[in-house]
Design a protein around this ligand. Sequence first.
Ligand SMILES: [Zn+2]
Length: 147
Amino acid sequence: MAIFLPKKVIGNMFDHSLNLDPEEACGVLLGNKNQVSENIRIKNIHEEPLTRYTMDPNELLKITLESEKKDLDIIGFYHSHVYTQAYPSSTDIKEAITHSFGNPVNYYYILISLVEKNRPIMRAFKIDSQKNVHEEQITFDGDQYRS
Ligand SMILES: [Zn+2]
């Protein structure tokens, strides 16, 4: 199912990623079902932040509790790749399965590639428990492509 990202969320994720470059940026997507309403930036605490990320577990816990109050769910995660394409690495796939208690398909995974700084790329994926990666369409508010 396509994921809906408001343009302000897309802008915020690109801004977050470019400002943290050359370190990887990471965060969560809050919303309902496939509709994102906001992204929350989370500190990358990995000791090799240039090529890896680990979301600060304290911030993640705090956001989980706050989102419940707002009636929003964590529906996905995002992170940037500074030197590689916007596609989940084998580590990303392994961690998606671990972090989701074996049900990664419940979440969207957004990848942002900063290989070309003036032309960053954002793609959305679902990952299943068999480690298959499926690309999902990204929809947004406002006019779509016109030919
Ligand atoms: Zn990655």
